[in-house]
Design a protein around this ligand. Structure first.
Ligand SMILES: *Cc1c(COP(=O)(O)O)cnc(C)c1O
Length: 466
């Protein structure tokens, strides 16, 4: 057993939302109806919903109180200025362009900075980020450390950029065809793995010499700052809020999904230091999102996010948030289940190729494992493997990333330790009958971000279990 000190959540529960239990027969019917895609299940049919940590947080009483202070003026809402101040204080960027969520910011940034034929390096891809880069005419290049692709590697900063890969790309295509590098802090697709401050220093210094902008995907930057505090020499005594500022200081701007770290149900932003780029972004945001003082959000949503940002950077909060994820992770490790190591910030990732070795990659083992877990327990997880990776836009071939994972994503401030116990027990029950899980094949495949809406049928018989 891994020895660890107990923690307790730095809050108590004021309002509860009842959960529904379903029968196995109901779940078998529901997953068939959903084409074996957990994204197509109704939430009412799910017991513990670990599909995503996106927009699923519980807001505090202070945030809910802020919702009543929504200033729904079309222009110049006071809640915008509160949000702008919170971003300046905690992320340090001068210019804030609000968007309806993270991908709205990615869209605007990609359209402004990428020309057809450009290359955009990143520390592993993210689904919406890469697609917006491709739609703008760019080509994504992965420059993450090799360790990130190995689920068993215990490297403490698997999100780090391999500088040699970045230099090789510059040598190959020329710095003038690389408008910026996107650095995910943390790296969702690698298992919620952090980037070290030392690595970001190095990358930032190198990019400055080449005239390449550094853009953070700051979606889970607070979680990244916590890992730096815990793992990187010299940061143990610094508050997470201070580390977050240092992290952002090494970049030229950021895209943000407020639905993750910032403890709100909707919202996002683009923030930059360059006043000219900010001007262009303010112009483009009106075309796609809304006026530059609301960007698709209601005033009350901006107020909730402003308050959520302040709560999100408190050491007590982030320790309990990541502590809960690690509690589940170590329970599974102790039970001998193959998971991505070290345990990441927002989720525990099951290694589906290790758990279901009898299924070939073409039968989407992670998609099948998520469907089987749902039928067994009512717990909803999601696939992060070949289905999520989609097809190469040039060759049309399916991409098979080395990682074929099922993500058990923990919403913030929503579930208790007992829910984590039930989750761990349910995964162990699936593990005991893993040989019975059938593979899946596409019956419908959407063109963009296929994992959201694809439909599947089981291979070799009816039902996810043989
Ligand atoms: C969720 C997410 C996004 C996209 O944000 P949305 O708010 O879902 O549009 C971008 N990057 C990362 C790492 C994410 O997790």
């Amino acid at each position: 057993m891994t020895k660890r000190r107990s923690w307790a959540e730095p809050w108590k529960i004021k309002v509860v939302e009842p959960l529904k239990m379903t029968t196995r027969a109901e779940r078998e019917a529901a997953i068939r109806e959903a084409g074996y895609n957990t994204f197509l299940l109704r939430s009412a049919d799910c017991y513990i919903d670990l599909l995503t940590d996106s927009g699923t947080s519980a807001m505090s009483d202070h945030q809910w109180a802020g919702m009543m202070l929504g200033d729904e003026a079309y222009a110049g809402s006071r809640n915008f200025y509160a949000l702008e101040q919170a971003v300046r204080d905690h992320y340090g960027y001068e210019h804030l362009i609000p968007t309806h969520q993270g991908r709205g910011a990615e869209h605007i940034l990609s359209q402004l900075l990428i020309k057809p034929g450009d290359y955009v390096p990143g520390n592993m891809y993210f689904t919406t980020t890469r697609l917006h880069q491709e739609l703008a005419g760019g080509t994504f290049r992965d420059v993450i450390l090799a360790e990130a692709h190995d689920p068993a590697s215990e490297h403490p900063f698997k999100g780090d950029v391999d500088l040699a890969k970045l230099e090789a790309l510059v040598a190959e295509v020329g710095a003038e065809r690389i408008p910026y590098i996107t650095i995910g802090v943390t790296v969702n697709m690698a298992g919620g793995q952090p980037v070290s401050m030392a690595n970001l220093h190095e990358v930032s210094a190198y990019c400055r010499t080449q005239g390449i902008r550094v853009i953070l995907d700051a979606t889970r930057a607070v979680e990244n700052a916590y890992f730096i505090q815990q793992r990187e020499p010299g940061y143990r005594d610094q508050p997470v809020a201070q580390i977050l500022r240092q992290l952002c200081d090494l970049s030229d701007g950021a895209t943000m999904s407020g639905k993750k770290d910032s403890l709100v149900n909707i919202g996002g932003w683009l923030a930059v230091r360059d006043p000219q780029l900010a001007e262009q972004a303010r112009n483009l945001v009106v075309v796609y999102e809304g006026l530059h003082t609301y960007g698709g959000m209601a005033g009350r949503d901006m107020e909730a996010m402003a308050r959520g940002i302040v709560e999100s950077v408190q050491d007590d909060h982030i320790r309990a948030r990541i502590g809960q994820v690690q509690y589940l992770g170590y329970k599974l490790i102790d039970a001998g289940i193959a998971v991505v190591r070290p345990i990441g910030g927002h989720a525990v990732f099951l290694d589906a190729t290790a758990i279901l070795p009898h299924l070939p990659r073409e039968q989407f083992p992670a998609q099948a494992l998520a469907a089987a877990l749902y039928v067994e327990s009512g717990i909803r997880a999601m696939e992060r493997g070949a289905v999520s990776a989609g097809r190469d836009p040039k060759t049309g071939e399916s991409r098979y990333p080395r990682l074929e994972l099922v993500r058990l994503t923990i919403p913030r401030r929503v579930y208790t330790q007992a829910h984590m116990d039930v989750t761990a027990e349910s995964v162990m029950e699936i593990f005991d009958q893993r040989e019975r899980v059938r593979g899946l094949g596409f019956v419908y495949e959407p063109e963009y971000l296929r994992f959201f809406q694809a439909r599947f049928a089981t291979v070799g018989g009816d039902g996810i279990f043989a």
